[in-house]
Design a protein around this ligand. Structure first.
Ligand code: FES
Length: 170
């Protein structure tokens, strides 16, 4: 917005109106500056909120990393066996499966759809959610069928001599 200097207004008026016009222009300018300041502040606040919201969305939900904990002895499971466990100090349950001689997978039991506890189906060789018949891949936890949009959350499994340890984030 272009602001006119007071002299330009004065040129078109009589001498008596000069002061009023000049004061009016000063008030107009002051109001204009006030409105500009308000606009600037509104824009700055809105911009700041947008940046904060974008950062929050980009960071995703906050996760806690738990100390590794032992869940089983390696010889306590044969291929195809599973066991459930609870992350120490929490109410979060996991499911550990021995897939074959040397492979294990551990997942968060909460179904990503509505949170029902998932089960291991040895005959189908997959994780299943009984609530809405979702099926998940045994090796990755990815959705095979059903309403969940995301796969099962996986926990890292580490073999240390004859023990299996889980490193969980929840
Ligand atoms: S809660 Fe698991 S499929 Fe709906």
């Amino acid at each position: 917005m272009k602001v006119q200097p007071p002299e330009l207004s004065v040129m078109a008026t009589t001498a008596g109106e000069t002061e009023r016009t000049t004061r009016g222009s000063a008030i107009d300018r002051a109001l204009g500056e006030k409105q500009s300041r308000r606009m600037f502040l509104r824009t700055a606040v809105a911009g700041g909120c947008a940046v904060a919201a974008a950062k929050w969305l980009a960071s995703g939900p906050q996760q806690t990393t738990f100390e590794p904990f032992q869940v089983a002895k390696t010889d306590s499971l044969v291929p195809g066996d599973s066991l459930t466990f609870t992350i120490p100090g929490t109410s979060t349950d996991g499911l550990l499966v021995r897939l074959d001689q040397d492979s294990y997978i551990a997942v968060d039991r909460r179904c990503p759809h509505l949170g029902c506890p998932v089960l291991w189906s040895r005959p189908a060789n997959q994780f299943q959610c009984p609530c809405h018949r979702a099926e998940f891949d045994a090796r990755t936890g990815a959705v095979l069928n059903g309403p969940p949009l995301d796969g099962l959350r996986r926990f890292a499994v580490e073999r240390n001599d004859d023990a299996l340890w889980v490193r969980a984030k929840a």
